[in-house]
Design a protein around this ligand. Structure first.
Ligand code: SF4
Length: 469
């Protein structure tokens, strides 16, 4: 057999045995399959975390979690049992194996993961790093691309990811990040979104997101999607839910399956493509329950279930980890690998981010193993631009880690901006990945780390007034 850099092996999915965790030792199969049981038993604080792991983890680990929550964490803790069970999946966890675990590294961050001091955040990190709020056509509806919009229906999820791009709005406030709040009532916000889409026939594609649509009462989600299906110009609808992986039990509930059947049947009758987009970052998260939820959605007529992961250092930053994940999704669950986003430039995320050069290498190294339609593109979400494939960079100063990008469309806020299509837009590598000369250049700049943090915290000038004091 030819020797290859990556060796493909078909692997059967296995549900890790939750009974290896002291807090779940007596949990029955029936309880585990219940979405309600999963929601009630989510870990939201240190006391509940101890309740699951007890003495398996040292006090140092709990102190590390506590220090992160009190310090730099941009997201509060919210971990469904299903998600916890995929950390150190096939052995009894210890402090060392938990610290090294890829799922733990982004879902249960600890203070010792982060870079210390000012290095924790890039000087140009910002709360709303993609400026989505500035591009709201109506509250919660980001109109960034010519033909597609993002509808943020709610600001909560069944699980909170440490690196969440929408950390400005999503989840509960943490000591480091007081969250913004929607002002309109959900029903009014959704009504305004539908009105805008009825009046804007150039938009054909709606990403229905949040947060996570799994946290909407299903009848509310169904009413909104049914409203979209009545708009002739809407041809693509994608429901964004990490819960398909984090709490697959939600998507297996009878009322959800019945409701999705109704929506998929209407979508098919109207020639609209209704898809689910999920967010899986590590192969070990793809379990038989995740596969069952995905296959159930496909069986009721959802056109496709696709994965948009995030490229994260220490989680999936090798070609083998990315390919293992893609094959687990594709072979095991029928989920199509679609995108890997580079981690956005939010505060305190430098330990998760990789350089553009590394992302380009990874894109190169994963080509040729998967079918073309399931070979994910690694993309950089460039502020004020949008997703660009990592090889589309116009110019790249590797020494200082500054990449320059161009675009071929105007965002919703650039109607009168003549120069929008001629301008170059920047993205920055983590400073710790630069050569010594590049790191020196940044250190010698007139950059005051405190001022940088203030800038990051107030980057959404328009929304600062909305912050709860
Ligand atoms: S599921 Fe998505 S929106 Fe929710 S915390 Fe994770 S990344 Fe953010």
């Amino acid at each position: 057999m030819l020797e290859q850099p990556y060796v493909y092996e078909a692997r059967a999915l296995v549900e890790p045995d939750w009974r290896r965790l002291p807090g779940f030792a007596d949990v029955t199969d029936e309880q585990w399959r219940s979405a309600q049981w999963q929601r009630v038993n989510c870990v939201k604080n240190l006391r509940q975390l101890r309740g699951v792991y007890g003495d398996l983890l040292d006090e140092t680990f709990y102190a590390d979690v506590e220090a992160d929550q009190a310090g730099r964490a941009t997201m509060s803790l919210l971990l469904p049992p299903q998600m916890l069970n995929t950390m150190v999946p096939h052995e009894v966890p210890s402090t060392a194996t938990m610290l090294a675990d890829p799922v733990r590294r982004y879902m249960l961050p600890v203070a010792s993961d982060r870079l210390s001091g000012a290095a924790a955040s890039h000087p140009y990190a910002a709360r709303d790093s993609l400026h989505e709020h500035e591009m709201w056509a109506v509250e919660g509806l980001t109109h960034r691309y010519p033909t597609k919009v993002l509808a943020e229906l709610l600001s909560t999820c069944p699980q909170y990811c440490g690196h969440c791009t929408r950390m400005d709005l999503v989840g509960n406030s943490t000591p480091a990040v007081p969250k913004l709040k929607f002002e309109l009532k959900p029903v009014d916000r959704q009504g305004q979104m539908l009105d805008y889409l009825r009046a804007t026939p150039g938009v054909r594609d709606v990403v229905v997101s949040g947060g996570d649509v799994a946290n909407l009462p299903f009848k509310n989600l169904e009413a909104f999607v049914a409203g979209l299906l009545e708009i002739e110009s809407v041809r693509d609808i994608r429901l964004a839910t990490k819960a398909l992986m984090g709490m697959p039990q939600h998507w297996l509930q009878d009322d959800v399956v019945e409701g999705m059947t109704r929506l998929a049947t209407t979508a098919q009758a109207r020639g609209v493509s209704l898809a689910i987009h999920t967010h899986v970052n590590a192969a070990q998260s793809v379990t038989p329950l995740v596969a069952e939820a995905a296959q159930t959605m496909l069986a009721v007529g959802v056109r496709d279930v696709r994965n948009q992961g995030v490229l994260l250092k220490g989680v999936n930053d090798s070609a083998a980890e990315l390919l293992d994940l893609c094959f687990a999704l594709l072979d095991g669950a029928g989920i199509t690998p679609y995108y890997f986003y580079m981690c956005d430039m939010i505060p305190s995320a430098e330990h998760w981010r990789v350089s553009l050069a590394q992302a380009q290498t990874l894109q190169h190294d994963i080509m040729g193993y998967l079918p073309g339609f399931a070979t994910p593109r690694i993309v950089c979400d460039v502020p004020y631009v949008g997703k660009r494939w990592v090889h589309q960079v116009a110019e790249y100063d590797r020494e200082r880690g500054i990449s320059y990008w161009t675009k071929n469309y105007r965002t919703g806020i650039e109607a009168g901006d003549e120069a929008a299509l001629d301008r170059r837009y920047t993205y920055y590598d983590p400073i710790s990945t630069l050569p010594a000369s590049g790191q020196r250049w940044w250190a010698e700049r007139d950059s005051d780390p405190v001022a940088a943090e203030v800038r990051a915290a107030s980057s959404r000038a328009a929304s600062v007034a909305d912050l709860e004091v």
